[in-house]
Design a protein around this ligand. Structure first.
Ligand code: IVH
Length: 692
């Protein structure tokens, strides 16, 4: 009678196990749960209860035994039955076509069928099944020897503890496609499955959140998190990490038993393993390339990371024929997508000077491969960006590169500073140009500092092109190719050197003959005669365009007057506000620019012009100050009228002021005028001045 209840109990236990396995399979392998979590827990609790009451009935493959063992001291090293090879990489369609050509040549076929799989970014694992039960899980290690992590891998729910036996006996869940030979049923009970352990992104994010809350260091990426979780000594920890396993190889004694790789995947699936659904058979390399393109976009939608696609020859007979190098099989290749980024250390920050004089800080990195190229430098854009990143020299940073875009530093890994404080150095943008030593100016409202020295070697080519442009000094023959040669050969180190070039020097240059050299010299010669406004424009002062150069030339009458002007005086000229006045003033303060101007003077350029404002008119020689609001004129209109009549407008009242024009709500200028005894007039009197 007791045997009867025993049998009953055994049956109930076995039935519970089967139900639990079935629901684990639906949930973890197929992502298609059929019952609620509570219903599942009820089944599991009932099984645990029965097993607790009858420990003699507990088996190693019972679903209750995923988390069994106690924490261990360390891992045991295990040799692999056949080396776990790596894969060669391709980074372009060209390299993939080369691979296809090699395969076709070696195999003597016109076209080769491929199987496409996603390249999962995790860690590879070898699972050994004996009598249909998971006996051992071994990490890749160095490919020849790995570590026994069985206890931890047992906690991964998509790894069947009792694969073959259970699946083989369950026709109901049979995954074999119609037409596929029933090879699954002939799979021996001892076999090896290889695949990738991954951590889904959702689990990764949750894990890092938990670690942050506990002040523990975060994992840099899901791969590191998966590897770390597999290598903890306490399987209880692995169990809580929600890892996944995707199978991609089935071996016995190191050999594939099926004729096609596609069948391997189908069979693994039929045996209850999770096989990635995003796979495809391709009739040739063209179709393979399409799959790669499709997944480049779609990979963002996956809940786990992939770093590429694996292209595998479908025919296993061809695998044998093609063989392998010491490192990788010749029948497969990984097409790697451009990596989103890498973590590396900032060894230094250098400052580059661009063609416009803008200073750009650049991070010098410990070189890392990103998207198949070694990246040793990354732009930091400007000093505000460095401040935003809170970056210091010595920091560990995340560097990203999308497509052909210049690599950039996107984030500082602040946690990585711990214990390395001594290595860190704050960075300061220089006040002097790192190329020429000239002054560096950061204007209000701008993010960049600029070198303002026209002859700065970094700016020189651009300066020459500007100087010689048609609307400037009109040296038409000086194109980009010629400027490159002149500067690169050291013939021109300053814009002023243009005036010392000789016919022989020019004729010796590429694509220059005697005739074109003569023409160019003639143009340079002609340019000496151009009026002051052109020279002012040619200097390349920031904000001074064609029109303003004309205005300045007319207002100051000579380059010497313009050079001497203080910002307040500059602002007396029409269209010159504080920002422009500051830029002009800074330009002429720079000794390198003064030196250039002296050399241009010696070259005979026109430094004197005609002062338009003094050229006759009813108000010639009269100085005005405007204050308050006029009815008929805006301030600019009034200023223009005065200047057109030969007068001058200044901002502050002095004894030299002839008239203060006072409108409504005049300011302190009116008081000043009165205290100095300067004549104050209203709008009507002002109007009357223009009547000759
Ligand atoms: S096949 C001999 N298939 O990529 C064949 N590997 O870079 C070797 N990997 O060590 C592996 N997804 O860890 C294969 N669908 C996939 C893969 C894959 C990820 C990993 C694997 C391997 C590494 C090589």
């Amino acid at each position: 009678m007791s045997t009867n209840t025993d049998q009953h109990r055994r049956q109930e236990i076995e039935s519970l196990r089967e139900q639990i396995r079935h629901h684990e399979y639906l949930y973890y392998v197929l992502d298609r749960p059929a019952i609620t979590d509570a219903e599942f827990d009820a089944l599991m609790n009932r099984l645990k209860q029965l097993e607790a009451a009858h420990p003699e009935l507990v088996t190693a493959d019972s679903p209750t035994q995923r988390v069994g063992g106690q924490p261990r001291e360390g891992f045991v090293k295990v040799g692999h039955s056949r080396v776990l090879l790596s894969l060669d990489n391709a980074y372009s369609s060209g390299e993939l076509l080369d691979f296809d050509r090699r395969v076709r040549e070696l195999s003597g076929r016109d076209t080769v069928e491929y199987v496409m799989e996603l390249k999962l970014d995790g860690l590879s694992m070898a699972l050994h099944y004996e009598d249909g039960r998971l006996a051992r899980a071994v990490t890749r290690g160095d490919g020849t020897t790995g570590e026994d992590v069985t206890e931890n891998v047992r906690t991964i729910r998509s790894v069947p503890l009792a694969a073959a036996e259970w699946r083989i006996g369950n026709a109901e869940c049979g995954m074999l496609e119609p037409g596929t030979p029933n090879s699954a049923l002939r799979i021996p009970h001892s076999f090896e499955v290889r695949g990738e352990v991954i951590m889904p992104l959702a689990a990764f994010r949750k894990l890092n959140e938990e670690r942050e809350a506990k002040d523990l260091p975060k994992f840099a990426n899901p791969r590191n998190a998966a590897a770390g979780s597999v290598r903890v000594l306490d399987p209880g920890i692995t169990a809580g990490r929600r890892l996944g396993f995707f199978a991609y190889a089935l071996l016995r004694e190191g050999r594939t038993l099926l004729p096609e790789h596609w069948q391997v995947l189908e069979t693994l699936s039929a045996l209850g393993f999770k096989v990635n659904a995003h796979r495809r058979r391709c009739a040739g390399i063209g179709e393979a390339l399409r799959f790669i393109e499709e997944w480049e976009q779609q990979r963002e939608s996956l809940d786990y990371e992939i770093d590429g696609v694996v292209v595998k020859v479908n025919s296993v007979a061809l695998h044998e024929e093609l063989g392998a190098t010491a490192k990788a099989p010749r029948w497969a290749i990984a097409y790697k997508y451009a990596a989103r980024g890498a973590e590396t250390k900032v060894l230094d920050i250098e400052v580059q000077v661009g063609r416009t004089g803008a200073l750009t800080p650049v991070a010098v990195l410990d070189p890392q491969p990103i998207g198949g190229v070694m990246v040793g430098r990354a732009t930091l854009h400007n000093e505000d960006e460095i401040a935003r990143l809170e970056l210091q020299i010595g920091d560990v940073v995340q560097v990203e590169r999308g497509g052909d875009v210049i690599p950039k530093v996107v984030k500082v890994n602040v946690e990585a500073r711990a214990g390395r404080e001594q290595e860190l150095r704050p960075f300061r943008m220089p006040d002097q140009c790192p190329v020429c030593g000239g002054r560096v100016v950061r204007e209000e409202g701008e993010v960049a500092r600029r070198c303002i020295s026209t002859n700065c070697p970094a700016r020189l080519k651009e300066s020459i092109l500007h100087f010689s442009a048609r609307k400037v000094m009109g040296i038409d023959g000086l194109g980009e190719a010629l400027v490159d040669q002149l500067v690169d050969q050291g013939l021109v180190r300053s814009v002023a050197d243009l005036y010392h070039l000789t016919g022989e020097q020019l004729a010796a240059l590429e694509r220059m003959g005697k005739k074109s050299a003569e023409n160019l010299l003639a143009e340079i010669e002609e340019s000496r005669k151009l009026p002051l406004a052109r020279v002012v424009f040619g200097l390349g002062v920031r904000h001074v365009g064609e029109r303003l150069a004309q205005t300045l030339a007319e207002h100051f009458g000579s380059l010497d007057e313009l050079m001497k002007a203080q910002p307040e005086q500059l602002m007396e000229a029409p269209d010159v506000g504080p920002k422009v006045a500051a830029a002009i003033h800074a330009f002429f303060q720079e000794p390198r620019n003064r030196e250039l101007i002296e050399r241009l003077r010696k070259a005979g350029l026109q430094f004197a012009g005609t002062r338009k404002r003094q050229a006759g008119g009813p108000l010639a020689g009269k100085t005005f100050v405007l204050t308050g609001t006029l009815v008929k004129y805006t301030r600019e209109d009034a200023q223009r009228r005065i200047e057109e009549a030969g007068g001058k407008v200044t901002l502050s009242v002095s004894r030299k002021t002839d008239y203060v024009v006072a409108g409504a709500d005049p300011g302190s200028k009116l008081d000043k005028a009165r205290s100095l005894g300067v004549k104050v007039i209203g709008e009507a009197e002002f109007d009357a001045l223009f009547v000759e």
